[in-house]
Design a protein around this ligand. Structure first.
Ligand code: PMP
Ligand code: GLU
Length: 402
């Protein structure tokens, strides 16, 4: 086979890791294509279809001629609907000029990093973090700094830890709540303490990724941007992928100080232009009429979460906390390290997830992709029976490892 001239790729690209979530999902798909009965709990994607009323809105938009380029920051009607949503759900007050709609929240985060970071600028990332944050920051020229929280503190970084970590170079604090990969949710009191630390440094901003807002079991979602003194310092990221099960639509957005929104629109104007026309029209309907369908999905996730916590806690070697949102569980499996079946030894989370894929035929993602080398991420966005079967397989396989 011809050898690829990899040295011709940019050094930036060569130092970028491939998305571990996408890589694992691809591996699982390949095994499935070979006829292996793999249960994939690797990709963070709702198992529900997009609700029909949202699909209908997109079809109508197509029929009504929404087939052209859109304004780079998004159709005004959608940006107005996003302002109403922020006001209604998050106590955040934005004008349409502060909103930028993008091809997914992933692009929103990339726009922000490209717009704000210079070499030498540091971004404190609450760890465990969502897989792409680290590489987006690096690619944009910034320096990611992992601020770690283990299972003993419910994977949540404290205000004191943040105060310790901030230095002159810190420009952005980046985290998700509800969190991917841990499911942890920062309570308002915790965010308040964090916001006070952020305000103690000039020109320090927070990117608050709230894409799992609608999958929150605590009963209340808190937005750090709504806390006193935070509106000029916070960029709130959100999107349609999770709450409305619209992953393939590629639609996300930010609410930000106007100068940051303008900068993001400038980046987007050169890279991709405005998000898909008819998808934006469906987005308006999702925001205005999607409450009930989001609530139904949340109820299903909560039931599955409770089932999974109970089942996984029965497995010898698993340490499982009780996640309060999103659709992930992040068990600590380090007690399994050193165990062997006579042929293979589990010496890391990567070994663990590889053994689970090849022997149990259950795909999950090793925690090192999220900055944690003791845990694995299991997505429970799957049917109850599938989840039960997955746990049965994990348990059976582990019984061979002593
Ligand atoms: N942030 C987090 C925490 C996520 O889990 C995801 C899911 N991929 C995204 C952002 C990006 O979402 P999307 O690009 O599909 O809007
Ligand atoms: N956010 C999802 C995940 O964490 C989707 C995959 C991705 O965009 O990386 O699995």
């Amino acid at each position: 086979m011809e050898t690829a001239p990899v040295h011709l790729l940019s050094s930036k690209l060569r130092s970028m890791s491939e998305s571990a979530t996408i890589k694992m999902a691809q591996k699982a798909r390949e095994l499935k294509a070979q006829g292996v009965d793999v249960i994939s709990l690797s990709l963070g994607e709702p198992d529900f279809d997009t609700p029909d009323f949202i699909k209908t809105a997109a079809k109508e938009a197509l029929d009504n001629g929404f087939t052209k380029y859109t304004p780079v920051p998004g159709h005004l009607e959608l940006r107005e609907a996003i302002c109403r949503k922020f006001d209604r759900d998050n106590n955040l007050n934005f004008k349409p000029s502060q909103i930028v709609v993008s091809n997914g929240a992933k692009q929103s985060i990339a726009n922000l990093c490209l717009a704000l970071l210079d070499p030498g600028d540091e971004v404190i990332i609450f760890t465990p973090y969502w897989v792409s944050y680290f590489d987006i920051v690096k690619f944009a020229g910034g320096t990611p700094v992992a601020l770690k929280a283990g299972i003993d503190q419910d994977f949540k970084v404290t205000a004191d830890q943040l105060a310790e970590a901030i230095n002159d170079k810190t420009k952005i604090v980046l985290f998700s709540s509800p969190c991917n990969p841990t499911g942890s949710v920062y309570l308002e009191s915790e965010l308040k303490a964090i916001s006070e630390v952020i305000q103690s440094k000039q020109d320090l901003f927070v990117i608050s990724d709230e894409i799992y807002e609608h999958i929150n079991f605590t009963g209340a979602h808190s937005s750090i941007g709504s806390l006193p003194g935070m509106s000029d310092r916070t960029i709130t990221v959100n999107g349609f992928s999770k709450g409305y099960s619209m992953t393939g639509w590629r639609l996300g957005y930010i609410g930000a100080p106007e100068w940051i929104a303008k900068a993001c629109a400038k980046v987007q104007g050169q890279f991709t232009s405005g998000a898909t026309s008819f998808g934006q029209m469906a987005g308006i309907i999702a925001l205005e009429q999607g409450y009930e369908s989001s609530r139904e999905m949340k109820t299903a996730y909560l039931r599955r979460k409770e089932m999974m916590v109970e089942l996984l806690r029965e497995i010898d070697g698993f340490s499982v906390n009780d996640p309060q949102g999103a659709f992930y569980i992040f068990p600590n499996v380090s007690a399994c390290f050193g165990r062997s079946n006579g042929h293979r030894i589990i010496s890391s989370v990567e070994d663990f997830s590889d053994i689970m894929l090849t022997e149990a035929h259950v795909a999950m993602v090793a925690g090192n992709a999220f900055g944690n080398d003791q845990c694995v991420r299991i997505s429970y966005a799957a049917a109850d029976d599938t989840l039960k079967e997955a746990v049965r397989r994990i348990k059976n396989t582990l019984e061979n490892y002593k």
